[in-house]
Ligand binder design. Structure first.
Ligand code: FIX
Ligand code: ZN
Length: 411
């Protein structure tokens, strides 16, 4: 292959390689209405709500007093009609509508609503995943979510396109509330998170691993996350969560760096970002060498050091360009530094999709950015005297989009 073929071949391979999307907030059809899809969910995505409040004179209180339809109409008018949709999140809705054959320049959402109302979910789901080039997604499954837990207890049928991830935020980030919820379920736990409590949490986790068959355990941590510390979270991690991960052979996913509710008036859109002290990640990877850690950090300033830590610890798998990082300028920058320092040994992206159709735009945008960075790596290789074939690129992209995750999770 020569220099001027690289872009075409890389784009062809990236476009045809189906993705395993390792972190989303999507749900298999069997979970019913907690799985979000359709135009009104797309347009009221919390990324767009944040942008709406900058563009509109409507106060959050006035907005929250509206129903979902009226909220979507207000956002559509402000961000898509009265302004050109050039932000990542607004352009994403344009991409979805155009991909589905709808008019992204429509004055109202009337025709889009008619289209989505006419869809049968199963065929729509298959169409959306095909358009996105996504073969499987990993859900975010909370055993203490009263809307979700009954589906698992009743025995939700397996769907090979949807893998589970056992999410632990309610236990690890708010033990007082988590302990109360576990106590209501009959677990003998107390606020101190002593040995009896950690044994009971192990029992709880083992039960839910049996119910969910998760690919990994997961938690989202604030920028102030410190491990170890003299706190309930450390005791729960050291004496329950990490031993369970080790015994079950399941990775632990840590997403670190959110600053929760810096503006509570915006609700889900009210979270921000903070630079974390990644020495906690260093201590986890060193002190728990038999546990594998999937790590994503939210601050752009933490990305380079995460790559350095990944060079030090083979049980650390960096993944994704999370949330405020999921923009072409930063996805390309992060992918370049990961390729330079880690070769193919990282997971370049996850969508974090909350609404089904978002996988279409999130993966189209990410494929473009990843292709630019990857093509440049191959060009540099050729310039330095190396060779690369299309099957080499196939093998590399399959690692990045699929088998780095399936191997790490021993799937
Ligand atoms: O903790 C998480 O899984 C975050 O991704 C979400 O809480 C966040 O709201 C989100 O969807 C970001 O993309
Ligand atoms: Zn998420």
């Amino acid at each position: 292959m020569n220099l001027d073929q690289i872009d075409t071949v890389v784009t062809r391979v990236i476009d045809r390689t189906p993705v395993l999307d390792i972190h989303t907030h999507l749900y298999a059809p069997a979970f019913g209405r907690i799985g979000l899809w359709g135009i009104d969910e797309l347009v009221t995505y919390h990324y767009l709500e944040a942008e709406f409040f900058r563009a509109s004179t409507m106060t959050p209180d006035q907005y929250w007093a509206l129903d979902k339809i009226a909220r979507a109409d207000a956002i559509w008018k402000a961000l898509f009609v009265e302004r050109t949709p050039i932000s990542e999140a607004t352009r994403g809705v344009v991409c979805v509508l155009a991909s589905l054959g709808l008019d992204p320049g429509a004055e109202t959402l009337k025709d889009a609503r008619a289209y989505f109302n006419a869809q049968s979910f199963e065929s729509h789901l298959a169409n959306v995943l095909a358009l996105a080039g996504v073969s499987e997604v990993v859900m975010t499954n909370d055993p203490l979510d009263p809307e979700e837990a009954p589906s698992w207890e009743q025995g939700v049928g397996a769907d090979p396109r949807f893998h589970a991830a056992l999410r632990l935020d309610r236990i690890l980030n708010d033990w007082t509330a988590g302990a109360a919820a576990l106590a209501r379920l009959g677990y003998d736990v107390d606020a101190g998170a002593g040995p009896k409590s950690t044994d009971e949490v192990r029992r709880f986790l083992e039960r839910w691993i049996g119910l969910m068959k998760p690919r990994y355990l997961a938690v989202s941590m604030t920028d102030t996350f410190t491990f170890p510390a003299d706190d309930a979270r450390t005791r729960l991690m050291q004496h329950a969560v990490l031993p369970v991960c080790k015994a079950a052979g399941l990775p632990m996913s840590l997403m670190i760096g959110v600053r929760r509710q810096v503006n509570p008036a915006l609700r889900l859109a009210g979270d921000a970002v903070g630079q974390a002290d990644l020495r906690s990640v260093e201590r986890l990877c060193r002190d728990w060498p038999d546990v594998r850690f999937l790590i994503s950090v939210l601050s752009r300033e933490n990305q380079h050091e995460l790559c350095v830590y990944a060079r030090k610890f083979a049980n650390l798998m960096p993944f994704g360009c999370w949330w405020f990082l999921n923009n072409p300028s930063i996805v390309e920058e992060m992918t370049r530094e990961r390729l330079e320092m880690l070769g193919q040994s990282f997971i370049p992206q996850h969508s974090d999709a909350r609404v089904l159709e978002q996988v279409i735009y999130k993966w189209r945008s990410s494929r473009r950015s990843i292709a630019v960075a990857l093509a440049d790596s191959y060009r540099r290789l050729l310039i330095d005297g190396g060779q690369v074939t299309e099957s080499d690129i196939d093998r590399d992209v399959t690692r990045l989009f699929r088998t780095n995750f399936t191997d790490f999770c021993r799937m």
